[in-house]
Ligand binder design. Structure first.
Ligand code: C5P
Length: 290
């Protein structure tokens, strides 16, 4: 049996640049893996099975995509996939995609395929838009920049990777956003204007917490908030508690606030829970060695 942590993500930025020919939106996003994870366990078996119970299971899709990629692999390949869920479902934290990314990484080991993280990310693009970013972010334990529909992924610059983790408070308002609907309602920013992603990367390299806080941006916020006012309420609660910067993650519904220290994040999460909100103190993964 191989056990892998499927780290969730937040989008520090998410810029939408309009609809492409294939119907997907062109994006630029800083995707930060965080210290909230599901655990994915794979064991040898006949055929592919997974116990998440979702009809549209990304874990099974990931295993299928990997089989298609390497049909010549030795012997009959199968896997039984078990997921210990902790990441809220439908919350913009990439839970399903994180599980799929972990399945790709674990099966690559169990089946002896020896694909590189970059090759696995490529396989992941057939599974879901966030999967390539999460394969890379989980493997290198660092933030990545996602572009195109999600298929183009690069690590954040070395200067940013050397910085300590960012301390965050997550709030999940408990409503499920439809990614498709939120994208369909979103506007597009002009390619001419300043890039929030470039500013965020520069801020991360500078290490100035206030500048990073000001650079947080998500072009899907307005569309998601108009569908679910609970998201605005969660963001207001984080601001009222004194978060330095607040944004929504992905297509929602989770929001997060950036704070100065881990102690402050824990204190704020407790206080928000006291007000009946689902809140967690988390930090970004910052592996300084790659
Ligand atoms: O790729 P994934 O299945 O995660 O995407 C879910 C939906 O989100 C897509 O069907 C599409 O409507 C929307 N989407 C998009 N542009 C992206 C990613 C997702 O329009 N870059």
């Amino acid at each position: 049996m191989i056990s892998t942590e499927a780290f969730a993500k937040v989008n520090l930025t998410l810029e939408v640049y309009g609809v492409r020919g294939d119907g997907y939106h062109a994006l630029r996003s800083v995707v930060a893996p965080i210290s909230l994870s599901d655990t994915v366990e794979v064991s040898p078996a006949d055929g592919i099975s997974c116990d998440t119970g979702f009809a549209d299971d990304l874990c099974v899709k990931a295993a299928g995509a990997l089989l298609r990629r390497d049909p010549s692999a030795r012997g009959p390949l199968g896997a039984s996939i078990h997921v210990v869920k902790r990441i809220p479902v439908g919350g913009g934290l990439g839970g399903g995609s994180a599980d799929a990314a972990a399945v790709l990484r674990a099966l690559n080991g169990m089946w002896g395929l020896e694909l590189s993280p970059e090759e696995l990310a490529d396989v992941g693009a057939d599974v879901g838009s966030d999967v390539p970013a999460l394969v890379m972010a989980q493997h290198y334990r660092t933030s990545v920049v996602m572009e195109g529909r999600g298929e183009t992924v690069s690590l954040v610059p070395l200067g940013a990777r050397r910085r300590p983790p960012l301390e965050l408070v997550l709030v999940n308002p408990g409503v499920h956003t439809s990614t498709r609907e939120v994208y369909a309602r979103s506007g597009a920013r002009s390619a001419e204007g300043p890039s929030a992603t470039d500013e965020c990367l520069a801020a991360m390299e500078s290490g100035e917490i206030g500048r990073i806080a000001r650079s947080l941006a998500n072009d899907l916020e307005g569309a998601a908030q108009s569908l679910h006012p609970e998201i605005s309420a969660a963001m207001d609660a984080l601001r009222a508690e004194g978060a330095l910067g607040v944004a929504m993650s992905g297509s929602g519904s989770s929001a997060f606030g950036l704070v100065e220290t881990r102690a402050r994040a824990q204190e704020m999460a407790l206080s928000l829970r006291g007000r009946g909100l689902r809140a967690w103190a988390v930090h970004t993964l910052a592996q300084n060695l790659v």
